[in-house]
Design a protein around this ligand. Sequence first.
Ligand SMILES: *Cc1c(COP(=O)(O)O)cnc(C)c1O
Length: 364
Amino acid sequence: MNVFWNNRIMRLSPYIAGEQPRNANIVKLNANENPYPPSPKVIEAIKKAAAGDRLRLYPDSACTVLREAAAERYKVLPEQVFAGNGSDEALAFAFGAFFQTEPADEPVLFPDITYSFYPVYANLWGVPFKEIPLRDDFSINVSDYYEAVNGVIFPNPNAPTGIALSARDVLCVSKHCAEKNKTLIVDEAYQAFGAESVVPFINENPGLLTVHTLSKSASLAGLRAGFAIGQRHLIEALERIRDSFNSYTVDAIAQAAAAAALLDISYYDEINRRVIETRERTAVELAALGFKNLPSSANFIFTTPPSPLNAPRLFTLLRENGILVRYFDKPRTKDFLRVSIGLGSDMDRFLEVCAAAVKNAGCA
Ligand SMILES: *Cc1c(COP(=O)(O)O)cnc(C)c1O
């Protein structure tokens, strides 16, 4: 609280990001970063973009090379792509572009357990919203969203559950939204780790916007690049917001690096195949220790330790052993830890501490 703040700032409750420790010896399983380095072609592209006097000039405000690369990769047109400073920016702009904000407006719908940035964006723009409870098994019941009259947003796979919907189910929601000229935003941040994308269906779905990030599957969280795909009228709305705010949200280095990453499909298929393999092995070993895992299609596992051990105690124990995971202290998530998938050796260290904790707690 500060007397210099306006009322809008006073009312905000900003997002809290996963901690970035300075100590390099930490096993960092708390922000869903990719444990493998970005493609060597990305590093080459960054060097080239920074060479000589190149950074003297403003970047291409149209982000042409990035949009062309995304278009080639996803088999859409470059004008169906919006590039943002991380997908968080594309998401923030989408909240401002597609959801109505009058107090009398109906709420935007999203799950009660989902990416915790959504309510923050809604509050920032003054968008009314309603959180729809996931089923008891933590899956999304798509028919809960059919009556939405101010749009819908969810990640697929959902976060932090990791549970994916089929493209068919997602498209059912899209169809109902389009009937009311409303937008369904599908946040495909973790799609590469095992969910079906709905990008191939955008041409038949005028209200469908997909959002993508290079932070997770392309190992580029430090770069800040993301994008959205949808029909031209949706992309134009995002451009209108951006150009009312900052013409150059994606810098020249990020544009070149993201384009190179999007085109190096074989490199990323290989590292993400390894992440999936490590996830499956970790899930099996956790289950053998008595943990209950939700079925993950992402690069993390949402898991409940066996009693009398519990999530906050294990969180602290892991931390004392130099391993960071994420804990969300909310009624429906307080029994879970979200564990990002690291290198095989990271997961071995993690599982070792878990096994010792289970043994010391005298779990049945
Ligand atoms: C990590 C994450 C993002 C943010 O991605 P950036 O491109 O790094 O901004 C968006 N949505 C979900 C669901 C995420 O988990």
